[in-house]
Design a protein around this ligand. Structure first.
Ligand code: SF4
Length: 331
């Protein structure tokens, strides 16, 4: 059976792009592969940009990310869900991999180049980020990694690191494959400025735990098809982010009704957005209720994370021991 690994950044509240692009996929893979689905909040990766890092927030955001995933349907009894820093072997295997990885290869990583050029001084950890990511995956000998397109290059590097280790010390690690999360990159931001992204700020995102009133305030002013200058002008829902959102949140009947209504000017944009809110409420309401219950019971969340870390260590420690032996450390 395949073993799935995915790391989740503790970067605050997930938005609907994360939900449809990644979180729902985690739940589906969990149903399929059970405890062979390993998900980890990657808090060791968080401080790689010291300028944007807030130590006071890290633990709270880590807990929030667990709450959001559990509320979205991930069952910690069915999958392994834990916090990266609770399993120390991630850092140890990461170090072994730095010894095998040429600096030049890391400097060619697109994400590194993008991030480094915005910084005055580049921390070595930012350069090593994909090496730690390789350790996250290979510490469990995972062979299947659901990712967005921007991470494919890092998974290629993980394969390369596995090959190098196996060549130097004998066959130890599998070469994992990236599985692209369907639709992950196509969800537009509510500000109409391209893809929904946390890095563009809250004006771009609809949070899955965001109060519905706040979501409505953003939707109310969201741009629509510019062809609809007057209520009587027909529009094209395929050129409108509200049309895209209907496909995510509304039932087939509503989608057909608003798409036809838009093209014939039979429906106004405000009414179209109100219909969308019905679907959003039906979708996000239960998630937000579960999140509120989990937030009221932080001990449950902490216990689930502690259990997840125990399960993760039970897999990771023998693999780390095997790697230590291969490299030749005195035992
Ligand atoms: Fe967009 Fe709906 Fe207005 Fe058409 S009717 S332009 S889909 S908001």
């Amino acid at each position: 059976m395949p073993r799935v690994f995915s790391g989740i950044q503790p970067t605050g509240e997930p938005h609907i792009g994360n939900y449809f692009g990644a979180m729902r996929n985690y739940v589906a893979l969990g149903e399929q592969y059970g405890k062979n689905s390993i998900y980890c909040v990657v808090d060791l990766h968080a401080p790689t940009n010291p300028a944007a890092f807030d130590p006071a927030l890290l633990a709270a955001r880590t807990l929030d990310m667990a709450v959001a995933n559990f509320a979205a349907g991930l069952d910690p009894q069915k999958v392994i869900f834990f916090v990266q820093s609770h399993v120390r072997e991630h850092a140890e295997l990461g170090w072994l991999f730095t010894l095998l990885t040429p600096v030049g290869e890391l400097e060619r990583m697109t994400q590194y180049k993008d991030k480094a050029q915005k910084l005055e001084s580049t921390p070595a950890g930012l350069l090593m980020y994909p090496v730690l990511q390789a350790a996250d995956i290979l510490l469990y000998k995972a062979d299947t990694v659901p990712v967005g397109e921007d991470q494919v290059q890092h998974i290629e590097l993980t394969r390369e690191i596995a090959r190098k280790f196996n060549h130097a010390y004998g066959e130890t690690f599998p070469e994992p494959r990236a599985v692209l999360a369907e639709g992950a990159l196509r969800i537009p931001g509510v500000d109409g400025q391209g893809k929904m992204s946390k890095s563009k700020g809250e004006a771009s995102t609809l949070g899955i735990l965001e109060p519905l009133e706040s979501i409505w305030q953003k939707l109310r002013v969201a741009p629509t098809d510019p062809a609809r200058v007057r209520r009587t002008d027909p529009g094209d829902p395929d050129k409108c982010l509200v049309g895209d959102y209907h496909k995510l949140f509304s039932d087939a009947e509503t989608v057909a009704e608003v798409y036809a209504g838009c093209r014939t000017a039979g429906i106004g944009c405000v009414d179209c957005k109100k219909k969308l809110m019905v679907g959003i409420g039906a979708h996000l309401g239960p998630i937000q209720e579960r999140a509120a219950a989990l937030q009221a019971d932080p001990d449950y969340v902490r216990d689930a994370l502690a259990q997840g870390a125990r399960e993760a260590r039970a897999i990771a420690q023998p693999i780390m021991e095997e790697a230590r032996e291969r490299v030749g450390f005195l035992r």
